[in-house]
Design a protein around this ligand. Sequence first.
Ligand code: CP
Ligand code: NVA
Length: 304
Amino acid sequence: MKRDLISMLDVKDDLENIIDLSIQLKKKNKQDEKTHLLAGRTLGMIFEKSSTRTRVSFEVGMEKLGGHALFLSKNDIQMGRGETIEDTALVLSRYVDLIMYRAMSNKAMNELARFATVPVISGLDDKEHPCQVITDLMTIKEHKKSLKGLRFVYIGDGRNNMSHSYLLGCGIAGMDCVIVSPKKYWPDPYYVDEAKKFGIQVTVTDSVVESTKDADVIATDTWVSMGDEAQKEQRLKEFKGFTVTEDMMKKAHPDALFLHCLPAYYGYEVTKEVAHGPQSVIFDEAENRMWAQMGIMVTMMESM
Ligand code: CP
Ligand code: NVA
């Protein structure tokens, strides 16, 4: 049975294996060892939204696995002119071995995965961003050695793809999760309930004061995700006071990490001092997208 990665729940049984494989692939490549585990395989990458990291990291990662990647912008393929997702999935599955899809909606993502006969990996949709959160957990593991029992605090848009995938990722990894967000942007309750099923403590609050106390990891994301542009002015007002600052970092453990999936908007969700400061691991995180996705692609291909 082919395996897809659309939600963090799709890796609930082997998240740590994927992370460890990714760390291994990183190590081997740094030692100039070849890791051609997907030699001769082709990845099709459909993009409905912009990307720097996802596009480049998948493409270069596939090359390091001995395979090949195709960039398919929605506007350049017939899907942009109305060819159905079903036909697109069925046709692409005849040419490529794996599909990566950055979708406008989770509905479209699920539809593509339903009809594709090859594994589909989400490169983000409006509900989740699993590749990024697997990467973030890998980055935390590299720095902290283990994940279980850590206190993870996310400040910002609690209802976006990163917040939802963090909730599930923390649950699977056994990390307590605090989401700090204006009430209007609290997470979809489904993700909070699913996270709690793993037995972790989940706190959702709109109180920024003291929220970073005892944190091992502090993360944020843009206040205006792709697709939310029409609400930009309103959001910038509503998120005022939720900027991650050096003062907030000081309240966390002295060795707490700062994470941001990027792109960052300095002065809004985080100050540049924090993002480029001593506790920030944002560029390790960006690099790790490539290694983590290599681990993910190899794992998904094992199902074929
Ligand atoms: N973090 C992330 O997914 O970045 P891109 O939008 O540049 O791919
Ligand atoms: N939440 C952001 C993540 C970008 C990588 C967005 O969806 O735009």
